[in-house]
Design a protein around this ligand. Structure first.
Ligand code: SAH
Length: 267
């Protein structure tokens, strides 16, 4: 398959194809216009938990909807099954939209889906989405980079499948602690105690500011501002919620914003 085929679905083939669409972090209006257009042209939409189900309303009413959600620890549908569904539906000559929370290629196993499709010669395209880290920062007024405080941002997973651990994929928290980068930790709530301990062992002070944003951009959004030493208690409070952990000096902007909001309320 040529690169052209893969990346320009508008020049489309009459055969089936798959569009991996980033659903954004939650709020419906954070879907891209390109993503909305792909949904409007879908014959089939394959979606999971983090994609806001309200986005399905952009699909034609007759579009087939297939749920392949998985919650932490409980896999409803194996990744191989999801790939097989994409392939089988596309082989019927359909336009399949694979709707994935945030950006499809950030901790979304989108790479595995592309590989499976490419192996079957099925054209596919990727429509990026607003990833949770970017959305979380924006929604609490925290700049992930700042000229004086952070010259780098790291997107890192706090959850690694035991079977996947290898020298290449294991997260070196001690090394990250020394980068001075803002750390945006996905899927980290359950392991906050270990992550906090590892970062401190790596040299980050316990007083390093930490923000945890759950359900970012949704009406249920919550924000907890704490520090590395005390962050572990949030593990229990936020159990089961999609939450993004931001570690670094830039988190002080969240406090600034909260103070401003309080002042506004008081005024
Ligand atoms: N592809 C997604 C990430 C999938 S991994 C993206 O680009 O955003 C799932 C993790 O993303 C969750 O455990 C949580 O850490 C984070 N996440 C997704 N949506 C979120 C939201 N609305 N608020 C906070 N964190 C979110």
């Amino acid at each position: 398959m040529s690169k052209e085929q893969m990346f320009h679905y508008d020049r489309g083939t009459t055969n089936g194809r798959v569009t991996l669409v980033g659903a954004g972090p939650g709020a419906v209006d954070l879907l891209t216009i390109r993503g909305q257009r792909a949904l409007a042209q879908a014959d089939v939409v394959v979606y999971d938990d983090l994609a806001n189900a309200a986005l399905l309303e952009f699909c034609p009413p007759e579009a087939k909807r297939i749920y392949v959600g998985k919650r932490a620890g409980i896999h409803h549908v194996a990744q191989e099954t999801t790939c097989r569904i994409l392939i089988e539906e596309a082989r019927q000559g359909r336009h399949v939209v694979r709707l994935k929370g945030g950006d499809p290629l950030v901790f979304g196993r989108g790479g595995e889906e592309i590989a499976a499709l490419v192996a079957e010669d099925i054209p596919c395209e990727v429509v990026p989405g607003v990833t949770a880290a970017i959305a979380a920062g924006a929604s609490i007024g925290v700049p992930l980079t700042h000229r004086e405080h952070a010259s780098a941002v790291v997107f890192v997973t706090g959850h690694e499948c035991a079977g996947k651990r290898s020298a290449q994929t294991a997260v070196d928290w001690a090394a990250l602690a020394k980068t001075g980068a803002t750390l945006c930790i996905y899927m980290g709530v359950r392991r906050l105690p270990e992550i906090s301990a590892s970062l401190q062992a790596g040299g980050l002070p316990g007083a390093t500011p930490v923000a945890v944003v759950a359900n970012a951009t949704l009406p249920t959004q919550s924000l907890h501002v704490t520090n590395l030493a005390t962050a572990p208690f949030l593990s229990e409070t936020l159990k089961g919620l999609p939450a993004l952990i931001i570690v670094g000096e830039v988190v002080r902007w969240a406090e600034l914003r909260q103070t401003m909001a309080t002042l506004q309320l008081a005024g």
